[in-house]
Design a binder for this molecule. Structure first.
Ligand code: PCA
Length: 215
């Protein structure tokens, strides 16, 4: 295994979709070398529990120095760099195995939340400078993406490995069926992920730039 591995994950399709642009984008980066680091891409199932098991296996197999998980956030208009993962599952729609947990902790007696340890502001600035619409998101929801993000940060809690999560909009072919939904082409998402990863590698300490929200 390469000395410096970046683990990137995407998700399987869910919610009646036949594609998930998170995996389409992440798969295209598999095997690429970025600033001396080799990217390994994995696809996670959209299933509570099993998704974290798959992530933990990938962490054990690849011993990455940095981890970025990516998921589809239908309805969002920009690349959304997530700030925080919370310790709750509350499923509005069943996962791909039919499970719909409600108000269940992800880790019994775990902390209420974990912050991403990637330099989210540096990543945001780099994306905007490259002309890619991006935002800091203050919630990753309470479905499988937040579940995986929390599981990731819990797994990394005592290590120096940095981790974070990015939500992406629908791909245009999905939005074409959902009149009015915002979308971003997968080519743009692939570029965005490269830019975000480069910024993360270049910044051990985050930039101090306002990107909060009033609601
Ligand atoms: N998006 C879902 C789960 C998988 C995905 O790509 C979410 O935002 O929770």
């Amino acid at each position: 295994m390469h000395a410096n591995t970046l683990l990137l994950t995407g998700f399987a399709p869910f919610g009646g979709e036949t594609v998930n642009p998170s995996w389409q984008a992440v798969a295209r980066l598999d095997g690429e070398t970025l600033d001396g680091h080799r990217i390994v891409a994995r696809c996670l199932p959209v299933e509570f529990g099993t998704a974290i098991d798959a992530l933990r296996s990938a962490l054990a197999e690849t011993s990455p120095t940095l981890v970025l998980c990516v998921g589809q956030a239908g309805g969002r208009a920009q690349i959304a760099i997530e700030r925080v993962a919370i310790n709750v599952d509350d499923a509005r729609i069943p996962d791909n195995a039919g499970a719909s947990p409600v108000d269940a902790p992800i880790v019994e007696d775990g902390p209420a939340a974990y912050f991403a340890t990637l330099p989210i502001k540096a990543m945001l600035v780099a994306l905007r400078e490259a002309g890619i619409p991006a935002e800091i998101s203050q919630t990753a929801g309470t479905y499988v993406c937040n579940h995986v993000f929390y599981g990731l940060m819990h797994a990394l809690r005592d290590s120096t490995v940095r981790g974070g999560f990015i939500h992406i909009p629908y791909a245009p072919e999905q939005a074409a069926r959902l009149v009015g939904a915002p979308s971003l082409h997968v080519d743009t998402v692939v570029s965005a992920l490269r830019i975000a990863l480069r910024a993360a590698l270049a910044h051990d300490v985050d930039r101090r730039v306002a990107a909060g929200a009033e609601h």
